[in-house]
Design a protein around this ligand. Structure first.
Ligand code: ATP
Length: 282
């Protein structure tokens, strides 16, 4: 399948982002089938796209359309049925660990027996980074995440949003060039989610990691992403590829209140709505 035509949405809030042409993630003709025969499920059907250096791409679609499946194949966590995936020039193989890639899961995956500091510093510890450097980096990460004063606390003493901040910083402290995020804020209430959007935007606008972010929340995708790849209801096929041209830095709250946000929201919503209805009709 050819790459989907990119839809450019012109808006007064638009401001071209610097063009970075290096392709970091390549997905070509990707298929995934779980199980075989009549009991088998075709989850992903002939999906192709690319993500360039410094792009923030949201994979958007209704529940069960195969978003997490695609992300997990890009991460090498599960095998694909057919197709091609590469990070830079390297073909992704099931089970390989790529140090350029960081993954943030949907559910917070912090270790309950470790303090906030020890959770955030876990990867550095495993990598053998010396204690003084680790301490300095963890202190900076705690500050960035707005977790000041909570370093010595255990996860059970934190709110869900704070635990997810710990999980986010545990991944970011390893300075991944490519960040794969699977609905990392899906379990949070609206207010906490917005706070997380602010934190993530601050970090991303400073560091410009290449991000592939799975969500079924259109508002979230429009707030964060530079591009939205819309998938059809299962089996996930690439339906449309939208540019999100809002200027940066973005303010997660005022952006949502703007008329342009509303206009783009309703434009994409029509397309997404069809897929939600198809999912419900199954
Ligand atoms: N291990 C598995 N075995 C069998 N079927 C699976 C497995 N994992 C996922 N599926 C099926 O594949 C389809 C796609 O699942 P996936 O989790 O990728 O969707 P999703 O778009 O991420 O959904 P959600 O937004 O609800 O997390 C679903 O129908 C799901 O039931």
């Amino acid at each position: 399948m050819a790459l989907a035509q990119r839809t450019r949405l012109d808006t007064p809030l638009a401001q071209a982002e610097p063009a970075q042409e290096r392709i970091r993630i390549t997905v070509r003709n990707l298929d995934k089938r779980y199980g075989s025969g009549e009991a088998g499920v075709k989850a992903v059907d002939d999906v192709s796209f690319e993500v360039k250096q410094g792009e923030f791409v949201a994979l958007l679609g209704p529940s069960g359309c195969g978003k997490s499946t695609i992300l997990n194949m890009v991460a090498g966590l599960i095998p694909r049925s057919s197709g091609h995936i590469a990070i830079d020039a390297d073909e992704v193989r099931h089970g390989d660990v790529n140090r350029k890639v960081g993954y943030v899961f949907q559910r917070d995956t912090v270790f309950p027996w470790r303090t906030v500091e020890a959770n955030i510093g876990y990867g550095l510890e495993i990598a053998g980074v010396d204690k003084a450097e680790r301490k300095a980096k963890v202190a900076r990460a705690i500050e960035t995440a707005g977790l000041g004063g909570f370093g010595a606390k255990f996860p059970r003493m934190l709110s869900g949003g704070m635990r997810q901040r710990v999980a986010l910083m545990r991944t970011l402290i390893m300075e991944p060039e490519i960040l794969l995020m699977d609905e990392p804020f899906g379990a949070l209430d609206t207010h906490t989610k917005l706070e997380m959007h602010k934190t993530l935007l601050d970090i991303w606008e400073r560091e410009r990691q290449t991000v592939l972010f799975v969500t079924h929340d259109l508002g979230e995708a429009l707030t964060l992403a530079s591009r939205i790849i819309l998938l059809s209801a299962r089996p996930g096929r690439l339906k449309e590829d939208f540019e999100v041209p809002f200027a940066r830095p973005r303010d997660a709250v005022s952006l949502r209140e703007s008329a342009e946000f509303g206009r783009l929201y309703s434009h994409i919503w029509h397309s997404l709505g069809e897929e939600f209805r198809r999912t419900k009709a199954e």
